[in-house]
Design a protein around this ligand. Structure first.
Ligand SMILES: [Zn+2]
Length: 72
């Protein structure tokens, strides 16, 4: 029984780890995208209002082309 619980724990931990890994990979892809785009002269500039997009937003979603206000 003890072994069974440990095994379940291991399986749970594995799925948690895999989910975290997927998230990390997803983030990495976004950051790679940002790295390519950072050379564009309009990178970080909202395509709607031409204002700067806050860095925090870019880090969360580098593919964003608009600021928070214009995305609504
Ligand atoms: Zn805007």
């Amino acid at each position: 029984m003890q072994l069974r619980i440990s095994r379940m724990d291991a399986i749970n931990n594995k799925s948690v780890t895999e989910a975290a890994l997927r998230k990390a990979k997803d983030k990495l892809e976004k950051l790679k995208f940002a790295l390519v785009k950072v050379d564009d002269e309009d990178f970080g500039i909202c395509i709607q209002c031409k204002k700067e997009i806050p860095l925090g937003r870019i880090l969360i979603m580098p593919q964003a082309r608009t600021c928070v206000n214009c995305s609504h």
